[in-house]
Ligand binder design. Structure first.
Ligand code: UDP
Length: 316
């Protein structure tokens, strides 16, 4: 296959580039580098089947030659990013998805949208199955991301129904691993960064809110299977093992032998989902997929990477 990955220099996009190249496909990565970074794909420079194009996908996308698949992963994705880049976040979810779908229609390519558990908002159904419509505040701080992704899903289904584009939608739950941005403000980089520096971990609120964390390799496997499947309706990909943020902080402190302890902060409580856990029965059934890597195993792979990066940048 000849594949276009938007957001190809980002955390998930770069892991997708690696996977598709490893499977023998040709990959074109596109990124405007506002939150992506070429460090993530530097190891692919000179690869004969790899091409990087710096481009903002909210503008017209021109690609020469055939395309078999487009994976649309371009978007700011951490709460502090989309709070700082609210308009870009809305534009890439709406205009960027429109451009990428238009390209898929033109090329006759299969299209896969990176959607998110955020379409469920602060959920009132737990765990969240794909049939749940969600509980999103459109005008809250997270609305720019949540609504952009909800609109993107609607647009994908419209292109599927009206133009017959072959489409897939993955709803991605919290994912972590090497190449996450050190300072993207999310709980995994924050806690690992703080713990390897011997600082206290910043738990927002009382830490009773929950998340379910999946290691990046599990997600990439799920996405690969979904692309090759026939499933047009959205599929949750996530690890259903759920932790309170407080117990997650305690786990990170234990694994890094951090003497710094925990401090509680009032930050980011508005619309912060109280619970989040994927119902993955559909992924099991249609993709024969489930997460295999435990949080402990995933952190064993991720903590050394963060330590090395912080050293490289002179922060440790
Ligand atoms: N969080 C925290 N301390 C931090 C960063 C985040 O307690 O230093 C909390 C945050 O309030 C949220 C959870 O961790 O409840 C997950 O936040 P994250 O930004 O990783 O992603 P989200 O799942 O909210 O999109």
């Amino acid at each position: 296959m000849r594949v276009l990955i938007t957001g190809g220099a980002g955390f998930l996009g770069s892991h997708l580039c690696d996977r598709f190249l490893a499977e023998g496909h040709t990959v074109i990565a596109m990124d405007n580098l506002i939150t992506g970074n070429t460090d993530n794909i530097a190891h692919l420079a000179g690869h004969e089947q790899f091409l990087f194009i710096q481009h903002d996908v909210t503008n017209y996308i021109f690609i020469e030659g055939p395309l078999d698949a487009i994976l649309h992963f371009a978007s700011p994705a951490s709460p502090i990013d989309y709070l700082q880049l609210p308009i870009q976040t809305l534009k890439v979810g709406a205009l960027g998805t429109h451009k990428a779908l238009g390209l898929a229609k033109d090329k006759g390519a299969r299209f896969l949208l990176a959607s998110t558990s955020e379409v469920y908002g602060d959920p009132q159904v737990h765990p969240q199955p794909e049939t749940y419509y969600g509980h999103v505040n459109p005008i809250g701080p997270r609305g720019v991301y949540d609504e952009a992704k909800r609109f993107a899903e609607a647009l994908v289904m419209a292109y599927h129904r009206y133009h017959g584009v072959d489409t897939r939608i993955v709803r991605i739950f919290n994912t972590y691993g090497p190449r996450m941005r050190l300072h993207d403000g999310r709980v995994v980089p924050n806690f690992i960064g703080q713990s390897v520096k011997g600082e206290p971990l910043t738990v927002y609120g009382d830490g009773s809110q929950t998340r379910s964390f999946q290691y990046v390799d599990d997600l990439i496997e799920g996405i690969y299977r979904l692309l090759l499947s026939d499933e047009v309706s959205p599929v949750n990909i996530g690890n259903p093992r759920e932790f309170t943020i407080l117990s997650f902080a305690e786990m990170v402190n234990r694994m890094t032998a951090n003497p710094g302890g925990i401090i509680y902060k009032d930050a980011r409580t508005q619309d912060d989902p109280q619970v989040r856990q994927p119902d993955i029965r559909k992924a099991k059934q249609v993709l024969n997929w489930e997460a295999k890597i435990t949080l402990e195993e995933g952190l064993e792979k991720t903590i050394p990477w963060f330590r090395q990066e912080l050293q490289r940048l002179g922060e440790l």
